[in-house]
Design a protein around this ligand. Structure first.
Ligand SMILES: C[S@@+](CC[C@H](N)C(=O)[O-])C[C@H]1O[C@@H](n2cnc3c(N)ncnc32)[C@H](O)[C@@H]1O
Length: 146
């Protein structure tokens, strides 16, 4: 039998192939549900969106309505092909995975940052975080003044 099919380290979440076990999805969902509705989510290495979807599902239960920054190169590599196929989604080598991620996640709060983390994406992350923090500060000031 296909070893990946029986490998519990890879469990799809709501039909989205993942490279994480189901307890991680459960944990992310509970983490999101316990959010106090402040701050900024940054996920590095989202692949097809299983972990993103799990965290978003939890966040939807809390008051979180702020940006969710998702980073990945979204380029199918040879090691990813059998993992995705075993979970019911065939990919091709070097396929741009960003449309698939977008479809799987489908949320107005998610901002995708495609590319190599460590290069220009690190700068994007810092800029985006600064923006998120200043927006958050304004919200806090506004609600205190109201
Ligand atoms: C182990 S997978 C995790 C996927 C997802 N969190 C899940 O459990 O389904 C790692 C992901 O990180 C991305 N990744 C790893 N190193 C990266 C880098 N330096 N820059 C951009 N993406 C990277 C890969 O493209 C891949 O999608």
């Amino acid at each position: 039998m296909n070893a990946i099919l029986t490998d519990k380290r890879y469990c799809p979440y709501k039909g989205i192939p993942s490279m994480t076990p189901d307890f991680v999805h459960y944990y992310l969902k509970s983490l999101g549900a316990s959010s106090i509705g402040q701050g900024c989510v940054v996920e590095l290495g989202c692949w097809l969106g299983a972990t993103t979807r799990a965290l978003l599902d939890g966040l939807a239960e809390s008051q979180y309505r702020l940006p969710y920054h998702a980073f990945d190169r979204w380029l199918a590599t040879s090691d990813q092909l059998p993992k995705a196929e075993a979970q019911g989604v065939p990919l091709t080598l070097h396929q741009d995975l960003s449309p698939l991620f977008q479809k799987n996640v489908s949320s107005p709060f998610v901002f995708m940052h495609q590319g190599e983390i460590g290069g220009s994406l690190t700068t994007t992350l810092v800029v985006q975080l600064r923006y998120a923090c200043s927006t958050l500060r304004k919200k806090i000031l506004f609600s205190r003044g109201a």
